[in-house]
Design a protein around this ligand. Structure first.
Ligand SMILES: Nc1ncnc2c1ncn2[C@@H]1O[C@H](COP(=O)(O)OP(=O)(O)OP(=O)(O)O)[C@@H](O)[C@H]1O
Ligand SMILES: [Mg+2]
Length: 290
């Protein structure tokens, strides 16, 4: 009797396992081949005669978090800023190679920089809300800049973006208060909400938590896994544990003998942190330099 029951149980389990195979296949198929949203090919940034970063080629996966790590001076910020043309106004700065966003060359494809920066938002190292502007107006600023006037649309976008930045509950009753009155961590989430309000496809973040305390850092790290469902994230971080925790893919840069930053390795974060192809990556990960 007992044996039969066990036999029944075993065959039930086998049947359940067999039943679940199609859904497993479906789940794998759902992920499909990874789509890339941005491609960098032989990208270099020079300031006059100084090469800050060179030989950078990798694809940025859509709805993934890509981290850029490397020692100070290896060109992480310089490279990140090239991705939404922030060097355009720097005298002597030149970006070569190609950077494409959904097959449009962002430098030579005729896309206006204002449109580009709506599609690729940026969050900086130090929270930089407009300090005297209200929380509401901070978030609304990008929409107003883009000419949106309808109050209901702006109201919705403000609420939606503050919710996506996990700040709504803390500020919904004080939307008219100046952005500068928030704590540092809240200000950084306000900046994230401000960037999200124009519905960018990519969000660039340059060490977004380096000026924050551990609790605020944790908040922002937690946020990233939910944010990547709506926006592709590229984050520069000095904190290797953070890169390991939050990113799916990772680019490792290092200064070459000529003092120019170069891409040493790009791979999934798991590979970079467990089985890197280049010995220099392993040395850096293990804290042997930098
Ligand atoms: N506007 C500029 N003019 C000249 N050189 C610059 C300019 N901006 C950056 N650089 C140089 O480019 C190199 C890379 O700097 P970058 O700020 O990108 O490094 P980083 O990897 O972000 O460093 P950190 O980790 O310290 O932030 C440095 O040598 C820096 O001095
Ligand atoms: Mg930097």
């Amino acid at each position: 009797m007992e044996i039969t029951e066990q036999g029944n149980e075993a065959s039930k389990q086998a049947q359940q396992a067999a039943d679940s195979i199609p859904s497993m296949v479906e789940a794998i198929a759902d992920k499909g081949p990874q789509t890339s949203i941005m491609s960098l090919r032989d990208v270099a940034v020079t300031f006059g005669s100084k090469v800050a970063v060179r030989d950078v080629s990798f694809d940025v996966g859509k709805n993934r978090v890509t981290s850029m790590i490397g020692p100070s001076g290896s060109g992480k910020t310089t490279l990140l800023r090239a991705l939404n043309r922030l060097h355009d106004l720097t005298k002597g700065a030149k970006v070569t190679g190609s950077i494409t966003l959904d097959d449009t060359d962002i430098y030579n494809g005729g896309i206006p920089t204002t449109l580009l920066r709506s599609r690729i938002g940026m969050v900086f190292q130090r929270p930089n809300p407009f300090p005297t502007m209200s929380i509401y107006e901070n978030v609304a600023s990008g929409l107003r800049f883009n000419g949106v006037k309808k109050k209901s649309i702006i109201d919705d976008a403000v609420e939606h973006s503050l919710k996506a930045a996990a700040l709504w509950d803390a500020v919904e009753n004080r939307l008219k208060v100046a952005g500068g009155t928030l704590s540092g961590g809240e200000q950084q989430r306000l900046c994230i909400a401000r960037a999200l309000a124009v519905e960018p496809e990519i969000l660039l973040m340059d060490e977004p938590t380096s000026a924050l305390d551990p609790v605020s850092t944790q908040h922002i790290e937690d946020l990233m896994s939910s944010l990547k469902e709506i926006v592709t994230i590229i984050i520069v971080t000095h904190n290797m544990q953070q890169a390991a925790r939050v990113s799916d893919d990772c680019a490792f840069l290092l200064m070459g003998d000529d003092r120019a930053g170069e891409l040493i390795e790009f791979a999934t974060t798991e590979k970079i942190f467990t089985d890197p192809s280049d010995k220099r990556t392993l040395d850096y990960i293990q804290g042997r330099f930098g």
